[in-house]
Design a protein around this ligand. Sequence first.
Ligand SMILES: [Zn+2]
Ligand SMILES: [Zn+2]
Length: 178
Amino acid sequence: MAIDPFMVGVARLRRQLGATAPVDVAALFDPDGHLAPISPGESYVPVGDEVHFGGILESIPKGIVASGLVEARWRGECRRCAGDVGGSIAVDVRERFIEGADPEVDDAYPLDDDMVDLGPMIRDAVVLELPLAPLCAEDCRGLCVQCGSDLNEGPCGCEAPVDPRWATLDVLRDPEGG
Ligand SMILES: [Zn+2]
Ligand SMILES: [Zn+2]
């Protein structure tokens, strides 16, 4: 049976309060496919991509504190031109793992049998950092609303849309129209 790299034994660390140990783990972000992208336009960690956590674990009463840096890559779709866009995330985390904790109420992750599962902390941190509406570039010109051409590749030749307020004036001025 494969061992989850995010499961870390802390029995030895917990023998002495205040003791610290380095931690450096990497594992698949979404091994079960549960976090796969829900809809186009959102960003996601590519299936098969690993996320990384490097930091320290410190022994505290009833548990440990994990602090360090979570790193991942993401991909998505530009919200203006729908082109591929990607980037990386690097976010500092500092979270407690406490015996019998319930993450819903305790503001801490659980610690059971002197094992901590760093996975939920790491995945939560990544999900919070994923851009909601990514852009391929700050000045992406997007797609022409009339013909759909990618305006980053140059002008499409469409006439600028007529402002409806001026369209009314055009009708008034048109000798045949009025
Ligand atoms: Zn774009
Ligand atoms: Zn156009």
